[in-house]
Design a protein around this ligand. Structure first.
Ligand code: ADP
Length: 158
């Protein structure tokens, strides 16, 4: 059986930084599942259905990437999908938060490994929230997100 990795996140919306991690993970693992998790404390701009459709659209050429979502616990989702790896991207400042999550996940199930890919320096400043802030004020965001997502952001704020 091939190695299946889950890349969890909010992806509200997906940025070029996320896409770079997906692309690199898809070269390392046999299968990558991009999974949205419902975070009750964050009010999302895009619905789950909108985010799933947009990510499917921009990853359809990869061949081994699929998109899903869950309202449950990450570790349970990973096990349900027969995956053994959790992929996360690391930007400057992400380390402590990621270490806390990875440690908790290891305590919950130590057969599942957290795997970190360093941000591409070109995207190290990029986050969904900074892109949303720029789009809200009608700045040009085409260098920061894939085209269909730039279009969806312009529509949200028009
Ligand atoms: P979460 O709310 O789970 O942090 P995000 O959608 O913000 O969800 O991020 C999902 C994952 O993508 C995280 O591992 C985050 O560190 C990573 N990530 C976000 N932006 C970038 C970027 N510009 N470069 C590399 N990794 C990134």
């Amino acid at each position: 059986m091939g190695k299946i990795a889950v890349f969890p996140g909010s992806f509200d919306p997906l940025t070029n930084g996320h896409l770079d991690i997906i692309k690199r993970a898809s070269r390392i693992f046999d299968e990558v599942i991009v999974a949205m998790f419902i975070n009750q404390s964050k009010k999302p701009l895009f619905t789950i259905e909108e985010r799933v459709k947009l990510i499917e659209d921009v990853t359809k050429t990869f061949g081994n990437v699929s998109v899903d979502y869950s309202t449950g616990l990450l570790i349970d989702f990973v096990k349900k999908k027969n995956a053994s790896v959790i992929v996360r991207g690391l930007r400057p400042g992400d380390f402590e938060y990621e270490l806390q999550n990875a440690t908790m996940n290891r305590k919950l199930d130590d057969s599942i490994e957290s795997f970190f890919l360093m941000t591409n320096p070109e995207y190290s400043f990029l986050s969904s929230s900074i892109v949303k802030e720029a789009a809200k004020h009608h700045a040009n965001i085409e260098n920061f997100v894939p085209k269909p997502i730039a279009k969806a952001l312009v529509e949200k704020f028009s």
